[in-house]
Design a protein. Structure first.
Length: 99
């Protein structure tokens, strides 16, 4: 059985005045996640037009590796920390490369 690389985008919108705090929280996830088994890429971006918008672009060896990441302690601890910082829940989308 072959595995397909899974691409993930996760976008976040900071509440007014919380841009710096959200940026720091999200940035702290980068290095530990890049060390996780199955992580091919885990890059954090900020919008060129709006410093309150952040986007993770991730590539994982397989859905199983992504699921293990989602179950990691650092990700499990994230939702309550985001509540006071984000306008709404992050928008997370999974993608499969076709060409």
């Amino acid at each position: 059985m072959s595995t397909k690389v899974i691409t993930v985008t996760a976008s976040f919108q900071a509440k007014p005045g919380e841009e710096k705090a959200l940026r720091e929280l999200l940035t702290a996830l980068v290095e530990p996640t890049r060390k996780e088994d199955g992580c091919l890429e885990y890059d954090l971006h900020v919008s060129s037009d709006n410093p309150a918008k952040f986007l993770f672009h991730e590539n994982w060896v397989s859905k199983a590796h992504l699921d293990a990441h989602a179950a990691s302690p650092q990700l499990q601890a994230l939702p309550p920390k985001l509540e006071g910082l984000c306008v709404n829940h992050p928008e997370i989308t999974l993608w499969e490369k076709i060409a």
